[in-house]
Design a protein. Structure first.
Length: 279
């Protein structure tokens, strides 16, 4: 029964938004925008708390959001970890343990509306401002981003170019907002008139039309050596996204895995990351 409800719920929501748009278009568009930006999961689970609470450093305020940060101290280069959608810092546990063994100085934080951080929604421009706050606080030499965190890592260099950041690692990043929004439209079966209003709201609030927000395009400005890793069979973000980003980066290494999925959590990948960091 639950599976049946979950299967049809997006279409039911879509019908309501399409209907509401006929009588209150602005309200419908606003609801569609915040529905898109609101994660359903990603708060810390009880079994994740022990690992995270051991490393809690402090709360940092960015954009009026209380961001929970974490610190695993080391004498090596400082690394900032930027997690993905509906996730939290715990997703880095295995990689953190590998980096600790190499004595890296590691910082991470929970995104807005994720983990122990406050907030109710998130989008890449907001996440980017949060990353910039972390850069100001912790002065990382390396940023590693997964999924939307990878998108944010590139967009951060577009918005806040910083040569003190020496290397970037992108894990399974999507690229084109237009593709993401087409998928959103398909899932909810939203009418073109709703999408037109939604695009206008994106442009007003975030400064970009759908087709203009391209991580591959922003990647052309990135000067840092960058490692891009993506799985061939990723069902969340197509591997073509990373390939287009890789092609536009000035100094890039691309690794295509098979069977690692979107999470990209395995020892082979960790070893590739550490090898890249040590080059």
């Amino acid at each position: 029964m639950k599976k049946t409800i979950n299967k049809y719920l997006p279409k039911i929501i879509g019908v309501r938004l399409n209907t509401l748009h006929l009588v209150k278009p602005q309200k419908a568009v606003k609801k569609a925008f915040y529905l898109f930006c609101t994660p359903r999961r990603g708060r810390v689970k009880p079994e994740q708390e022990e690992f995270l609470t051991q490393a809690k450093a402090k709360t940092v305020i960015a954009e009026e959001i209380q961001l929970q940060t974490y610190h695993w101290e080391g004498s090596g280069k400082t690394i900032l970890l930027v997690h993905g959608w509906e996730s939290n810092t715990h997703r880095w546990k295995a990689l953190i343990e590998k980096l600790q063994a190499k004595n890296y100085n590691i910082y991470a934080f929970d995104a807005p509306a994720h983990g122990f951080s406050s907030g109710n929604y998130i989008h890449v421009p907001l996440y980017t401002k949060c990353v910039e706050k972390m850069v100001q606080e912790f002065s990382p030499e390396v940023i590693i981003g997964h999924s939307i965190g990878g998108m944010t890592t590139v967009f951060h260099q577009h918005e806040f170019p910083n040569n003190s950041i020496q290397k970037l690692v992108l894990l399974g990043p999507p690229s084109e907002l237009s593709a993401i929004m087409s998928n959103y439209q398909e899932i909810l079966n939203l009418k073109p008139r709703v999408m037109k209003g939604l695009e206008k709201r994106f442009q007003t609030k975030l400064g970009y039309r759908f087709a203009e927000f391209s991580i591959a395009k922003f990647a052309k400005e990135v000067q840092q050596p960058t490692l891009v890793i993506h799985d061939k069979y990723d069902k969340i973000a197509p591997v073509e996204a990373s390939k287009s980003i890789h092609q536009n980066l000035q100094h890039s290494e691309f690794i295509e895995t098979e069977g690692a999925g979107h999470s990209l959590n395995n020892d082979h990948i960790y070893s590739a990351i550490i090898k890249f960091l040590e080059q």
